[in-house]
Design a binder for this molecule. Structure first.
Ligand SMILES: Nc1ncnc2c1ncn2[C@@H]1O[C@H](COP(=O)(O)OP(=O)(O)OP(=O)(O)O)[C@@H](O)[C@H]1O
Length: 290
């Protein structure tokens, strides 16, 4: 198996007495889209800042491309980091800001190409201070796109973006992946992670509580069938009933739905407000706090 792009082993981070990241271990493999998700304050930003080389671990080991992320000269040109706030100077134009990304990252690219990818060509001469929130976010994305780096960190990339800009951003991410880039994503939009991540790590209170492919995380939880029914007939499946709402949990949704509908038909029972759906990442998320 190929060498991981990121290796984190028993990482601990403390702020004074507060233990923010506890024995965190994970790997990100070449070409993967790994989503590090978690509850507020779970320690994602702290952990990623260490991987990005901005923060020294309290203990544990972090390697990026097999080297210490503090070895900036070797590692920095190979990674693009889209932070939640890039802090571009408000007095620079968009074009100047993108040029600056090139100077700071040590990568080469065509400024016009990057402006085109982040859809800011028409704003090239505009000052950063005059951009809208969504336009600023697209300028932040330029840091990830510039020079097509091998490793890209996207920290809440679509927050504040309209649907067109979101779609455009994910299309650009797809292009980067086609070029072989490895992506580390954090987001609170779980459906984006569910649709796009090869693997997900779920953090809560400093600890990696779950890790795996979307389907493996989802298959650990049952699907749920709900309906309201006033019937004396005994149900064909184990269920709980609260306030007249029947809830059936199942690991075989198709089969149990078939059983339930057959029973309702035979008994002449109407299943009002019937809903049945696959488990969603939201449910996995809720379950980690339980
Ligand atoms: N510089 C700091 N000094 C003290 N405590 C800090 C510092 N930075 C973060 N923390 C604390 O460490 C914990 C983890 O914070 P972190 O920002 O890494 O979480 P997160 O998972 O990124 O959260 P969110 O989803 O809310 O952005 C939080 O309880 C936070 O208050």
């Amino acid at each position: 198996m190929s060498t991981p792009v990121i290796e984190v082993e028993n990482l601990n981070l403390k702020y004074g007495d507060f233990h923010a990241v506890k024995d965190l271990s994970f790997e990100v493999r070449p070409g993967e889209l790994y989503a590090l998700l978690g509850t507020n304050g779970a320690g994602k930003t702290s952990a990623l800042e260490t991987v990005e080389g901005h923060r020294e671990p309290t203990s544990g080991a972090v390697r990026v491309f097999g080297r210490s992320p503090r070895d900036r000269a070797a590692v920095r040109p190979r990674m693009g980091i889209m932070l939640q706030e890039s802090g571009f100077s408000p007095d620079l134009s968009v074009r100047e800001s993108v040029r600056l990304i090139g100077q700071l990252s040590g990568r080469t690219d065509d400024v016009g190409r990057v402006l085109d990818v982040v859809r800011l060509t028409g704003k090239a001469g505009t000052l950063v201070s005059q951009l809208s929130g969504g336009e600023k976010r697209r300028l932040d994305f330029a840091t990830a796109v510039y020079g097509t780096p091998e490793l890209i960190f996207l920290d809440e990339p679509t927050t504040g973006l309209d649907i067109q800009s979101r779609d455009a951003l994910w299309e650009s991410v797809d292009r980067l992946r086609e070029n072989g880039s490895t992506i580390v994503l954090t987001t609170h939009y779980l459906e984006e992670a569910q649709q796009r991540a090869d693997r997900i790590g779920l953090m809560h209170q400093g600890v990696l509580r779950r890790e795996g492919s979307v389907s493996s995380l989802l298959s650990a939880l049952p699907s749920v069938i709900n309906f309201s029914a006033s019937t004396g007939a005994s149900l064909p499946l184990p269920a709980s009933i609260h306030d007249g709402i029947v809830r059936i949990e199942t690991f075989n949704l198709q089969k149990d739905l078939y059983v339930l509908l057959g029973w309702a038909q035979d008994q002449g029972v109407e299943l009002s407000d019937l809903s049945a759906g696959p488990t969603r990442l939201d449910d996995v998320f809720r379950a980690i706090e339980a």
